[in-house]
Design a binder for this molecule. Structure first.
Ligand code: 8YV
Length: 321
């Protein structure tokens, strides 16, 4: 007698690649609460049978939801970041949590460099200048800032941070990084304090994890250390930066410029940031390429199916405690 398919709760409603969706349908009975008139009632109705939950780096999976599912054994998330999921609570209940690391390193690192170059060279304001017919021989666009040969500081030299660092070679940049602790397997110099790194760097790139441990890691003293010529780039999480302090530093000229793909209250972006020409804004799209999202969703599906078949996910998030 064929085993009944395990039940999976798909929390987010963004589309999976067809092939991935078909593989999931084959392996699981899928609950899509957003399709029900009452999403909560739909979850309640299936609460005892749900063993796997699909989440994402941008989908909140709090302890409250985890506790409503007595037979939940795995949370599979699309994205490398998992600060939107109460992983500590899940792990405390013996629930495996998986993410989709590595497949997005290149695209996120490429976005970091797009923000470095785009911010330093004023790409967006210059584009607007041309489109608004301001360009004339009498009215040349103001000079921008050279990138090659500058000092690059990376905060969070993990997989994405390392991909960013490797790309710096082409720009003949001096590079130092700050982490919780120094790495022994990289050629770059470790900076023991973030403040010291910020005061040394011309350009500071944030590639740390999100969550409580790094909340407002970049505050007024760090922004002031980076200084009026300094450039801040964030492809990590908005929570890593004290956004109100960032706005003030930019408005008061205590920080030179910023290139931002993430914000504290996405998708809300403060008007004060939108009104500044020395800020380049992106809508959290660092990993948003056709190739990388395909790979991220396929890895998500691989993790869920591996759990269904073996009881073990592939990309297990390490114990947080
Ligand atoms: C998101 C991200 O996953 O991977 C992460 O941590 O923030 C992004 O790649 C993506 O925006 C969709 O979930």
């Amino acid at each position: 007698m064929a085993q009944p398919k395990p039940t999976l709760l798909q929390q987010f409603n963004f589309p999976l690649p067809e092939q991935g969706q078909a593989r999931l349908e084959q392996a699981f009975t899928i609950i899509r609460p957003w399709e029900a008139a009452d999403a909560d009632a739909a979850i309640q109705q299936h609460r005892d049978s749900i063993t796997v939950l699909l989440s994402s780096a941008l989908t909140s999976t709090p302890a409250e939801l985890i506790d409503r599912l007595p037979n939940l054994h795995a949370i599979c998330s699309v994205g490398v970041g998992y600060d939107s999921i109460d992983v500590l609570h899940a792990q405390g209940k013996g629930i495996q949590v998986s993410n989709t690391p590595d497949v997005l390193n290149d695209c996120v690192a490429d976005m970091a460099w797009a923000l470095i170059l785009g911010t330093a060279r004023n790409i967006a304001p210059a584009d607007r200048y041309v489109r608004s017919n301001q360009w004339s021989m009498q009215n040349m666009f103001p000079l921008s800032t050279k990138v090659t040969g500058k000092k690059l500081g990376i905060v969070g030299l993990g997989r994405v941070g390392q991909a960013i660092a490797e790309r710096a070679a082409g720009f003949k940049m001096q590079l130092r990084y700050h982490n919780r602790k120094a790495r022994v397997d990289v050629p770059w110099e470790y900076a023991g304090s973030l403040l010291e790194l910020a005061s040394w760097a011309d350009i500071l790139v944030l590639a740390t994890v999100g969550g409580a441990a790094t909340r407002h890691l970049v505050d007024r003293p760090v922004l002031d250390a980076l200084g009026p010529q300094g450039i801040l780039v964030n492809i990590a999480r908005g929570s890593v930066v004290d956004e109100a302090a960032l706005v003030l530093a930019l408005q008061e000229g205590r920080l030179g410029a910023a290139g931002l793909d993430v914000f504290e209250a996405e998708p809300h972006v403060p008007d004060a940031l939108k009104s500044l020409d020395n800020v380049l804004l992106q809508p959290h799209v660092a990993s948003a390429t056709v190739e990388t999202r395909r790979d991220m969703f396929n890895l998500l599906v691989d993790n869920a199916i591996a759990f269904a078949q073996t009881g073990k996910v592939i990309n297990l998030v390490p114990p947080l405690r």
